[in-house]
Write a new protein. Structure first.
Length: 706
């Protein structure tokens, strides 16, 4: 099966959007989707969808037979802000249709001939300079316990080639594992795709459901992705709490008077003997081409399985329900080994009792992962292995017949299976007829999906039917992953307050400290902050300007991880109340986060770049490129320094008339520690209004608003 595609994804959508980008890429783009069908148009279909939101812009096909080799043009409008996924399918697998997505002279997607059964391509109608999308990974919906490196698949949707980037992944809400300055060799040109190996540390798959988030940052070293709503790929995987190997179900249809059966069965039986510990085998006997007592002894059950697979010739073998079918001579050991080596998230337990000549059979189904299928059947069969005759019972000369079906004792419809929710069925029984040898009877158990005949797992008991107690597939358990532990991590951050800045010294004034106006306890325990920290100070550092609130934010969701009140110094650095670096208690060491800073009366700001904590170099929020959003900071005088905008007197993230009303209500007050004192000189005067006025209508990024 050939597939050409850029895999389906789940992309996390964020509210932190680069407003410049979306001002540049606004409105709609009229595009033409052109499809030229092949000779089998009923096999051609596809769609155009928003890769982030899932909104469908176009569905096309399948087409009528009369539409073969015809061209269909569809006119649609696509948002210029969207990341779009074009998909086309061919159920016949030959991929003969031609297709394109164009707008004027711009071609976003094109292809023709030999593309297999599906082709997928991501594109945007308004390319920004830097836009690197992680669209797929090596992590599958079901993962066995163990440790694995992350492999990511990326596409450059921007207009600039990308030579390097920082690569990140995290498991659930645990620490972020980062590979800094990964070099792409060769560089990823616009429109191109490539893969990367994140080989810093393997992720540990322990039992349960997990989300693995993968993304890149710092494109070409310093550039942030300008289209952030398609940045992060989240892969959901389920790790079974235990696993088994797949016991292979082998079902052969044969007959005691079939010449080809006699010629092929000896070699096939010898092959089965070499893999006997990996298989569960059942042989059904048919009514043709001649006499066969094993068919006559169980006509209804043999007919049931003959009809189930629609068998019309013998010998014939069905492997694992739908993996392979054909004559016995077409099979090799690899056919069985390939299936057996595929780990399985299901096991059986069989418990039996024997009362006289009647065996009572109880089967417990043990799923280790969710199996959301609606047409599952638990089937329990009794086989005799082997059935032996002193003289051939038919006309083909065979006298020994292994794995002969004697009875189907249970065909139970199953609900969708839930991980670790065992189901036990105790209604199966079998009374030994006179023509069987009880010591040769074995119980075969398997689950089959009747929608496609796939066998999910099987098992054959080691002992005589009726005597097996607590037997089943061998179960393996994954090792426990070491817990991720948070620790005390120092944080270095720098910012200026516009109101306190002195352009003559390029530092901030310490007027509040000099006049003993600073409170000794942190002031953020009121609305809107409601921070309950207990930070107090006995002796302020000599260069303290004011209290500020430092926040560590989640690298994926921007959710608050930890926060601490600290003392802003006149050079913009922030110290703990003991004069050392701010110390965060609930973060993972050597993990990337976003940093943010809040003030009592300046617009709060969020860092634009991920910072690995503890950070050796101070994260400098006086650089506007280091601040998330646009126009969040203001240039301070004639310097190259930027600072937090004065005027958010009520601290809600908006500078509005509500802030003016607070200023007005407290105007002319002196010798006071109050948020209306925007220049931090302990007096509320017209100077504070002059700071407020030019910043009115400014808004913090959404993550910093209350």
């Amino acid at each position: 099966m050939q597939k050409i595609f850029y895999s389906l994804v789940v992309i996390l959508c964020f509210s932190l959007i680069n407003q410049d980008t979306f001002a540049q890429c606004s409105g709609l783009k009229a595009v033409v989707v052109s499809i030229t069908t092949d000779n089998t148009p009923a096999q051609n279909s596809g769609s155009v969808v928003d890769a982030v939101t899932g909104s469908v812009y176009l569905n096309f096909g399948p087409y009528a037979f009369a539409d073969k080799n015809k061209t269909f043009n569809y006119n649609i409008n696509l948002p210029n802000t969207a990341t779009v996924l074009f998909s086309i399918y061919d159920t016949g697998g030959n991929g003969g249709a031609s297709f394109s997505v164009t707008s004027g002279s711009d071609t976003y997607v094109s292809g023709s001939g030999n593309w297999g059964d599906e082709y997928k391509r991501y594109f945007t109608t308004c390319a920004v300079e830097y836009d690197l999308m992680v669209y797929d990974s090596n992590i599958k919906p079901l993962t066995l316990g163990g440790e694995y490196y992350v492999v990511g698949y990326v596409q450059n949707l921007g207009s600039k080639s990308i030579t390097k980037a920082d690569l990140h992944y995290r498991k659930d809400n645990g620490p972020v594992v980062s590979k800094f300055a990964h070099n792409f060799t060769p560089p990823i040109q616009p429109g191109q795709t490539t893969t990367f190996l994140h080989n810093i540390k393997k992720w540990c798959a322990d039992g349960g459901d997990h989300d693995i988030t993968i993304w890149a940052s710092n494109l070409n070293g310093t550039n942030e992705d300008q289209r952030q709503d398609n940045d992060k790929l989240i892969v959901h995987t389920q790790v079974p709490t235990a696993f088994t190997y797949t016991t292979v179900l082998v079902e052969e249809f044969t007959q005691a008077s079939c010449g080809p059966c006699a010629s092929q069965n000896p070699a096939f039986n010898a092959l089965l003997e070499t893999v006997k510990d990996k298989i569960a085998a059942i042989k059904y006997h048919t009514w043709w081409p001649g006499y066969d007592p094993m068919y006559n002894e169980n006509t209804p059950d043999n007919n049931t399985r003959i009809g189930y697979y629609n068998v019309n010739g013998v010998p014939h073998v069905e492997l694992q329900g739908n993996v392979k079918e054909g004559s016995p001579s077409s099979y090799t050991a690899n056919d069985f080994n390939d299936i057996y080596n595929n780990p399985n998230s299901m096991a059986f337990e069989v418990d039996e009792t024997l009362s006289g000549s009647t065996a009572n059979i109880s089967v417990t189904v043990k799923p280790f992962a969710d199996i959301n299928l609606n047409n599952l059947h638990l089937r329990v069969m009794i086989i005799e292995d082997p059935v032996s005759y002193s003289t051939p019972p038919g006309t083909n000369g065979e006298t020994v017949f292994p794995h002969v079906l004697r009875k189907i004792v249970l065909d139970q419809t199953l609900p969708p299976l839930t991980a670790n929710n065992n189901l036990t069925y105790s209604t199966a029984s079998y009374t030994f007829p006179s023509y069987v040898v009880p010591s040769k009877l074995r119980t075969v158990v398997f689950i089959q999906d009747d929608s496609d005949k796939a066998v999910l797992q099987s098992y054959v008991t080691p002992n005589q039917t009726g005597t097996n107690v607590d037997v089943g597939n061998t179960i393996y358990y994954p090792a426990n992953c070491p817990p991720d532990v948070t620790t005390d991590v120092p944080v270095k951050v720098k910012s200026y307050l516009q109101g306190a800045f002195d352009a003559n010294t390029s530092e901030m004034r310490t007027t509040l400290l000099a006049n003993n106006m600073l409170p000794t306890a942190q002031p953020f325990n009121t609305t809107p902050w409601n921070y309950n920290g207990t930070e107090t100070v006995a002796n302020f550092p000599t260069n303290t300007v004011d209290w500020v609130l430092i926040e560590v934010r989640d690298p994926v969701s921007y959710a608050l991880v930890d926060q601490k009140a600290g003392l802003l110094q006149k050079d913009g650095t922030v110290l703990n109340v003991d004069g050392n670096d701010i110390l965060m208690n609930d973060v993972f060491a050597n993990t990337v986060y976003y940093l943010a800073i809040r003030s009592r009366n300046h617009l709060d700001i969020l860092g634009a770049r991920l910072v690995s904590l503890p950070n050796v170099n101070t994260y400098d929020l006086t650089d506007p490129n280091a601040v998330a959003g646009t126009n969040q900071v203001v240039k301070l005088g004639n310097t190259s320094i930027y600072g937090m905008r004065a005027g958010d007197i009520n601290g809600d993230g908006y500078i509005t008339v509500a802030d003016y009303n607070l200023y007005s209500a407290n105007a002319s007050k002196i010798n006071i520690y109050h948020p209306s004192d925007l220049n931090l000189d302990r007096n509320i005067t017209v100077s504070d209004f002059n700071l407020y006025q030019p910043n009115s209508s400014s808004i913090a990024v959404s993550q910093m608003r209350y």
